[in-house]
Ligand binder design. Structure first.
Ligand SMILES: Cc1cc2nc3c(=O)[nH]c(=O)nc-3n(C[C@H](O)[C@H](O)[C@H](O)COP(=O)(O)OP(=O)(O)OC[C@H]3O[C@@H](n4cnc5c(N)ncnc54)[C@H](O)[C@@H]3O)c2cc1C
Length: 431
């Protein structure tokens, strides 16, 4: 132990994806001393390293806003850098309306840097979780592997936003199992391709796109029967989301193989685009995502497990801390298709605070794709808009716990005070 430095803080956020970054900024803006740990040299997770490149579902099909707050600020700041497009509403093949904002992943890195620095968060980049010590239902010490050696951190509250919930696993938390019929959603190696003549590409009739996607899938060129792309603002390039890998990304051996296979799939898909797809003839593969995009790994067992039925009803929660309108969208782990449960145009659902609290621990929270939800419910609430809203709520809840309670017990905070403070910070959910 004597070679370790010891740091203390109010809130330790483990994992700097969009959920973690929003949690850290939110906690710091509300007065907490925050350390944000990220294994890469930049923030964003799937949003930057995974190059997802579009934020989906800010509003219901009828146009009622359900996402605001820090997520909105991210888009404003992206636009100020020229890194995000306009808010765009489009009609899905199911006939439902969906909306999105496309962005440049590299510019998002700058925006997240700015937010963290301005809020006074201490970023610990190039730092990976090593292990966690707990005592009497509390996370006591989190040890990190860094370029300076091992750092030990004593937080009042830990927020695990590592997606894979590596910290909570070390803390001995319980996780939800997949059901007999369920598989983890597959991963995707995003790739940037261009130049694309988007005037011709976007003008392709839906039936032609479907026929090309089917042909690509049947020939083995595409692992997913789709030509889905997010366009980089002010460029002729797009990030294509047309590869698919069935992998448990918490299995180190399988993950390495999948990264390699992902790049191979992306290369084959790019060759298909050049050879067969109108508007793509002059393009080439320019970049891979830094890592595979990971849709799903561990989901924590929390005080409340959010279900698809609750989203579809939609169930009202007295401890709602965020809302969402994204449909249940399960990418099949085998075959090229999707399982898609559309919501009505007026439909929005709520996420309760209790789904952020891991059973058996008193000073820990989860945000992002590891929250306590069934496989089906996660397939809706995993998107970045909702991950950011939930992250913002987790950060604010953690800062309240540190300020108002001696033991920072996250279950004991005043929920209505949390909801009020969230609304004052721009978050949107019903009274
Ligand atoms: C291919 C793909 C397409 C998608 N399409 C869309 C879309 O169109 N629109 C949309 O809104 N959403 C989309 N999503 C969903 C969305 O991108 C993710 O669900 C969301 O980004 C999850 O954010 P997160 O912060 O919870 O987790 P992550 O993005 O996984 O972030 C976790 C962070 O923790 C870090 N980390 C992990 N382990 C450790 C460790 N041990 N030590 C230190 N750091 C660690 C990681 O490096 C990462 O930065 C897509 C996802 C994928 C994979």
């Amino acid at each position: 132990m004597n070679h370790q430095a010891l740091l203390v803080c109010d809130v330790l956020v483990c994992g700097g994806g969009v959920a973690g970054t929003m949690a850290a900024v939110s906690a710091a803006r509300h007065g907490a001393k925050v350390i944000l740990v990220e294994r890469y040299g930049f923030l964003g997770g799937n949003a930057t390293a995974g190059a997802v490149a579009q934020f989906n579902s800010w509003q219901t099909g009828s146009g009622r806003r359900v996402i605001g707050g820090l997520a909105d600020e991210v888009v404003q700041r992206l636009r100020a850098y020229g890194g995000a497009g306009a808010h765009e509403v489009f009609v899905m093949s199911t006939g439902h309306r969906m909306d999105r904002v496309e962005y440049a992943p590299e510019i998002l890195k700058l925006v997240l840097d700015d937010l963290v620095v301005e809020a006074g968060v201490q970023p610990l980049l190039h730092a990976s979780l090593l292990d966690v010590e707990c005592r009497a239902r509390r996370v006591e010490t989190v040890r990190l592997l860094t370029k300076s050696g091992i750092l030990a951190v004593r937080p009042q509250v830990l927020i695990d936003t590592s997606g894979d919930l590596d910290a909570l696993r070390q803390a001995g938390a319980q996780f939800l199992a997949l059901g007999d019929e369920e598989k983890l959603q597959p991963a995707t190696m995003m790739f940037r391709f261009g130049p694309v003549d988007f005037v011709r590409f976007d003008a392709l009739p839906k039936s032609d796109v479907a026929a090309l996607a089917k042909e690509g899938y049947a020939s083995g060129a595409l692992a997913r029967a789709a030509l889905h792309v997010a366009r980089e603002p002010a460029s002729q390039n797009g990030w294509f989301n047309i590869s698919r890998l069935a992998v448990d990304a918490t299995d180190a051996m399988a993950l390495g193989k999948a990264e390699i296979e992902g790049r191979r799939q992306a290369w084959r898909a790019a060759e298909f685009l050049r050879g067969r797809v109108p508007g793509c003839e002059g393009g080439r593969l320019q970049a891979f995502g830094t890592q595979l995009g990971i849709r799903e790994t561990r989901r924590v067992q929390g005080d409340h497990v959010l279900t698809a039925e609750e989203l579809l009803e939609p169930k009202r929660f007295t401890d709602a801390i965020a809302a969402g309108a994204y449909p249940i969208d399960i990418h099949a782990s085998t075959g090229g298709g999707l399982v898609y449960r559309a919501l009505g145009d007026e439909h929005a659902y709520e996420i309760p605070y209790r789904s952020l609290i891991p059973l058996g621990l008193d000073n820990a929270l989860v945000a992002g794709r590891g929250v306590s939800a069934t496989h089906e419910a996660l397939a809706a609430i995993r998107v970045m808009t909702i991950s950011m809203a939930v992250g913002q709520a987790a950060g604010l809840a953690a800062s309240l716990a540190c300020q108002s309670l001696q033991n920072a017990a996250v279950r004991d905070i005043d929920i209505q005070a949390l909801r009020k403070a969230l609304r004052e910070s721009g978050a949107i959910f019903k009274d």
